[in-house]
Design a protein around this ligand. Structure first.
Ligand code: ZN
Length: 147
């Protein structure tokens, strides 16, 4: 059975918010893909409600690309305690942190009309969004990152 990096990490001692390099892979022609754990809340202590994390996903997928190049994907963790970010290149946790801080600051200044992809045509569960809660979560995590 394949070894999954996340299952080797002791989630009972993990702090949040934090950014943790979660591995790199090199492709056959030398491209490097980096993966990061963008933890928002402490595992097994709190989980982000689905509407909240869904709206954060829409906002981060849009905003993080303004501050960090060559992003492949940013997706919510199934445990709803954070996101995984994958990107091309050998990025540092500090580069990812700067992009995350800038993105969360922007979410703090957004209105619901600024959230991308909220229509049934653009989203697979468009009714499951909670912008006020996503904005409050973003600001709370931002405070933790800047502490
Ligand atoms: Zn969606």
């Amino acid at each position: 059975m394949a070894k999954v990096e996340s299952f080797k990490i002791d989630h009972t001692v993990m702090s949040a918010p934090q950014i943790r390099p979660a591995g790199q892979l090199a492709g056959p022609i030398g491209d490097v893909v980096s993966k990061f754990d963008l933890r928002f809340v402490k595992p097994n202590n709190k989980a982000i409600p689905t509407g909240t994390i869904h709206t954060l996903e829409h906002c981060l997928g849009f905003l993080m690309r303004d501050y960090l190049d060559k992003i492949i994907d940013i997706s919510p963790m199934g445990c709803r305690t954070g996101f995984y970010l994958t990107c091309f290149g050998d990025k540092s946790a500090n580069e990812v942190k700067s992009a995350r801080v800038a993105s969360l600051e922007k979410i703090g200044k957004m209105t619901i009309g600024d959230v991308p992809g909220l229509s049934a045509k653009e989203c697979g569960n468009w009714k499951d969004h909670d912008f006020p809660s996503a904005q409050a979560c973003a600001l709370e995590v931002l405070q933790g990152l800047l502490r």
